[in-house]
Ligand binder design. Structure first.
Ligand SMILES: [Zn+2]
Length: 133
């Protein structure tokens, strides 16, 4: 941790996730997490993990794109491309819609006439039918 220059901490304060690329001399915000699965000789590159795990490294978009596997290793990319973290305008619109929908009073559906009661009454009269009796 002593190797980190002071300005890197300032940069990380700006980033929402507070995480940055683990590659040396790279202070860009991390957008992906690379996890080495030693048992499978596989490097899994996926979305930024919420928790830092052992054998996992955060990477910025550039380093994630340029990632190459060590000899004999396979790289598995969970997502084809990485986008900066944070809500997109679409997400915000969807959220606004959801909030508006929740605040709207429920439309009261008109209660249909009880058709069953009508049929029963007719059955009671029986006169109109003239079938059995
Ligand atoms: Zn980087």
């Amino acid at each position: 941790m002593l190797a980190r220059p002071d300005h890197a901490r300032v940069v990380s304060g700006v980033v929402r996730s507070g995480r940055q690329c683990s590659r040396s001399a790279c202070g860009r915000p991390a957008v992906a997490t690379l996890t080495y699965v030693y048992s499978d000789s596989t490097a899994v590159l996926g979305p930024l993990a919420h928790l830092a795990e052992p054998h996992s490294y955060d990477l910025c978009s550039e380093h994630a794109e340029r990632l190459t596997a060590p000899r004999g290793w396979e790289v598995v990319r969970v997502t084809p491309e990485f986008v900066p973290t944070g809500p997109t305008p679409d997400d915000l619109l969807a959220l606004a819609d959801a909030v508006r929908e929740a605040g709207r009073p429920r439309a009261v559906a008109p209660v249909p006439e009880p058709v069953v009661a009508e049929v029963a009454r007719r059955g009671h009269l029986r006169v109109l039918r003239g079938e059995g009796l």
